[in-house]
Design a protein. Structure first.
Length: 220
């Protein structure tokens, strides 16, 4: 699926099914544009979640921007309060395409919130400062996977292809995003880390002027 919704039980469903189950009320939709990711997180659902073929987030191929925009034309926009880039891959692997879609969303649906869920490693992917790509008011929230309070633990969990330098690069990216994105959120998974580690993550974020959100672990 390219465009999907999430049921209250964590099931990924297409928009037709979402409308059938919930004919009224606001909801978020998610854009799944790539399978590629620079990390292989030990807790990632990519390798654990079993899904039926018709509701799988695994893409047989990456959709063209035109195909994503075509699917968005069929979205029931009066029911949508947020569009989130989040699939089984890292959305910034297609940074330019994602920014193009964000500009179109802001132009055509200015009241709808936009969010990107990311590893925060796009500076390493492209070997440049990428935070400014989100300039122009196209993005309301960027949610960055902090995962741990130190580089060694981070690498143990994420197995990033960029090694230990990933951690400081991710934090630096987060701080630079504050100049372009109103809401910069760092996340850690509750059942992956113990309370002491979560406290350490919160203190690290506070010291850097960042906000931490502890998110629930999604099992298969």
């Amino acid at each position: 699926m390219i465009v999907y919704a999430v049921d209250t039980g964590g099931e990924y469903i297409d928009l037709a099914e979402s409308q059938r189950r919930y004919p009224s009320g606001q909801r978020s939709i998610y854009l799944n544009i790539t399978n590629r990711c620079p990390c292989a997180c030990t807790f990632c659902l990519r390798g654990m979640k079993r899904m039926a073929a018709e509701t799988s987030l695994w893409l047989k191929r990456e959709p063209k921007v035109s195909e994503v925009l075509e699917e968005l034309e069929a979205v029931p926009w009066p029911l949508i309060n947020e569009v989130v880039f989040c699939g089984f891959g890292e959305p910034t692997m297609r940074l330019s395409d994602m920014v193009t879609i964000l500009h179109r969303l802001r132009q055509e649906h200015p009241a709808v919130k936009t969010r990107v869920n990311t590893t925060g490693l796009s500076d390493l992917i492209y070997q440049r400062d990428t935070a400014a790509d989100f300039a122009g008011g196209i993005l309301d929230t960027i949610s960055i996977s902090l995962n741990a309070s130190n580089a060694a633990r981070y690498l143990e969990l994420t197995r990033s292809q960029f090694g230990e330098r990933s951690y400081e690069a991710m934090l630096a990216f987060a701080q630079r995003c504050k100049a372009y994105v109103p809401d910069v959120v760092m996340t850690v998974v509750d059942q992956v880390e113990n309370p002491a580690e979560i406290t350490a993550c919160r203190e690290l974020c506070e010291a850097r002027g960042l906000r931490l959100r502890v998110r629930a672990y999604e099992a298969n």
